[in-house]
Design a binder for this molecule. Sequence first.
Ligand SMILES: [Zn+2]
Length: 249
Amino acid sequence: MKCALPLLLLTGLVWNSLLATGSDKQASGGKIRVLLTYGGHGFAQEPFFALFDALPDVVYTKAPLPEAADRLRPGLEKEFDVIVMYDMVRGISAEQQKSFVELLNIGIGVVSLHHNLAAHREWDEFRKIIGGKFILEDCLIDGKRYPKSAAIHGQTLNIHVADKEHPITRGLTDFQIEDEVYGPFYTSPEIHVLLTTDHPQNNPEVAWTHQYGKSRVFYFMLGHGPKAWSHPNYSLILARGIRWAAGRL
Ligand SMILES: [Zn+2]
């Protein structure tokens, strides 16, 4: 009898917490809820969104930036598991930047794709969020001078799996992909590199994980257009990256 009341309380607490998260999960059918940002750079919209339509365990909501930038604030973590960023907006307001950092300090998954490396060019904190920066104007970072990065289309990249144990890249073997190359760009010393390339005009780092505040961040440099998106490893890595950022891999 002594433990009956605490057990009852505990059962009630567990049930309540299940109910609290249950309603959100029910709405998405247990799928990972993604807020997908884009804007500030052209892209082939139909095949890009088709790529996300085909991800079996993802439901997504489009968030064009900078129009929808007010959504990136505390509270979003209750509506979405992961923000996938494919935007290359020049900037959002100082207040929106502050709210976004507050959200990341609470915790939400972040997957940053391709030209998102060049987004928020004047906001220094953004390179600390995603762990890298495409340099649009010569600049100093941590006392080191970085010249302008270049982007070249239609290149063949040999992709090497640098971490064969990580859940995002486990079981993958080295592969070739036709895509755009970027380089040289800034990478944080704190990133954990998953994929590399030996392409002379690209940084060695192609995909990495990073932590910012309480948020898991996955950056994936590939993905300029349909040629890259249609590579079987592209959707596989994207799907795993989303799952990992959501804490479900
Ligand atoms: Zn591109």
